[in-house]
Design a protein around this ligand. Structure first.
Ligand SMILES: Cc1cc2nc3c(=O)[nH]c(=O)nc-3n(C[C@H](O)[C@H](O)[C@H](O)COP(=O)(O)OP(=O)(O)OC[C@H]3O[C@@H](n4cnc5c(N)ncnc54)[C@H](O)[C@@H]3O)c2cc1C
Length: 403
């Protein structure tokens, strides 16, 4: 007797695909080839080793030569030895990286976005010529020091790190907390308040040769454990005027960098959700309960459907953001909406992925726990959900609710 249709096993199951609306097709062929190259790199070089490093709180320095070979330094920036390409290409690379590991995407985003982006947007022609080519070749790795132990969300008004001009040098004093790549990288973009005019200015500090500059690695993190975050202490660090980013005059210039990188965090969050979804879907197709794959249960499919909907909505929003950026129309509020929405949807999606793995969702051995934990950092860094919504709220109502 033939079995009822509902009991029939499918001949072959669809492979997990988190690009449901064929987002990659929106890229020109040349850029698509770069994205595919990054996907292969992440799946071949990173996926097999990353859990070990995540558990050990360590950065896989062995991958740096292969990253250099990818030739993606300075992606999204034109000239100065940078790879060039569109903002959308930069975003999709960040997404592809985060789809396998959010820490590697963050390492890339801090160097390529926050550090190189600060020099690209705020440096003089001479400064760009000097610093960007070695950074694009990954010979000098950068970090971005804005947050302080006592001042996080409020850096626009209450920054405690000071810069005092003394002839052709500046004397910098203060602390910076959470600075990604800082424990081992070469240069830091340090934001400090000029005691003369009370405005925030940016300085390129050479980590390894500047007397008074110390970095302590932050221990015991539960998210983005592969990224090495530092607590920087600066005691009477003397920085030449030639290392002050010449076009940056106030926190408005810091915000120009953050506008670009918050949009990138949106891509990272979407990639993180994609990785969690694909791992969870594969697990659900294979895991049997009550004699059936759990993917065949209605309530499991409901969660999987909501996950792919979150991911697809985030991807579509970010593609439009890329168009606005290319047209020079991207505002702070646009970037804030994208950062807040995509990281919140990521957080929701990774939690459902974790739930679908049952007990196995809380061990690093099944990957999903790593995405679940890492989403917490994406949700909070580069401006928390509340701060993004305050920026958006001001734009849509006309009233600033910042206190
Ligand atoms: C893994 C990781 C990597 C990071 N990397 C970097 C880096 O490379 N460089 C760097 O400069 N910084 C970095 N940061 C710092 C990050 O940007 C800050 O943690 C973030 O901006 C929030 O600051 P805070 O942690 O001091 O929280 P707080 O500002 O103390 O906020 C605590 C809570 O209060 C809420 N809150 C604060 N003010 C308001 C308000 N006015 N209205 C409503 N709610 C409010 C916040 O939303 C949050 O929920 C990193 C952080 C992490 C966790």
């Amino acid at each position: 007797m033939a079995s009822p249709a509902k009991d029939r096993k499918p001949v072959s199951l669809p492979a997990p695909n988190s690009d449901f609306y064929e987002l990659v097709e929106t890229l020109p062929a040349e850029e698509l080839a770069i994205v595919k190259q990054v996907r292969t790199f992440m799946e071949t070089n990173i996926a097999p080793i990353i859990t070990k490093y995540w558990v050990e709180d360590a950065f896989p320095f062995e991958i740096l030569p292969a990253i250099k070979e990818l030739n993606i330094g300075g992606i999204g920036m034109q000239g100065y030895g940078c790879r060039g390409g569109s903002a959308q290409l930069f975003g999709l690379i960040a997404m592809e990286m985060a789809r396998v590991d959010s820490s590697i995407a963050t390492f890339f985003g801090v160097h390529n976005g926050l550090a190189m982006g600060s020099i690209y947007l705020g440096g003089s022609e001479e400064q760009k010529q000097k610093w960007l080519p070695p950074m694009a070749r990954w010979e000098k790795i950068g970090c971005f020091g804005l947050t302080e132990p006592l001042v996080g969300s409020g850096t626009s008004r209450g920054m405690l790190t000071t810069a005092k001009r003394d002839g052709e040098t500046w004397i910098i004093n203060g602390e910076k907390k959470w600075i990604g790549n800082a424990p081992w990288c070469d240069i830091s973009i340090i934001w400090a308040r000029d005691v003369a005019d009370d405005q925030v200015k940016a300085f390129i500090v050479e980590n390894k040769t500047t007397p008074g500059f110390k970095v302590e690695k932050i221990q015991n993190k539960i998210a983005l454990k592969v990224v090495q975050n530092g607590l920087i202490t600066m005691e009477n660090c003397r920085i030449p005027e030639a290392n002050r980013l010449q076009q940056d005059q106030s926190f408005r210039d810091t915000a120009r960098v953050l506008k670009m990188t918050r949009f990138m965090v949106g891509w990272e969050a979407t990639g993180c959700a994609m990785g969690a979804y694909e791992n969870a879907l594969k697990y659900c197709q294979e895991r049997l309960q009550f004699g059936k794959p759990i993917a065949s249960f209605q309530m499991v499919q409901d969660l999987l459907a909501k996950m792919i909907a979150n991911i697809t909505a985030s991807q579509c929003l970010l593609v439009r953001m890329g168009q606005l950026q290319a047209e020079g129309k991207l505002t702070d509020a646009h970037a804030s909406l994208a950062k807040a929405f995509t990281t919140a949807k990521c957080r929701e999606t990774v939690a459902w992925a974790r739930e679908l793995l049952g007990g196995n969702g809380i061990t690093a051995d099944y990957n999903v726990a790593r995405f679940f934990a890492d989403a917490e950092a994406l949700y909070s860094y580069e401006g928390t959900f509340q701060i993004q919504n305050l920026i958006l709220g001001k734009a849509i109502t006309g009233f600033s609710a910042f206190v």
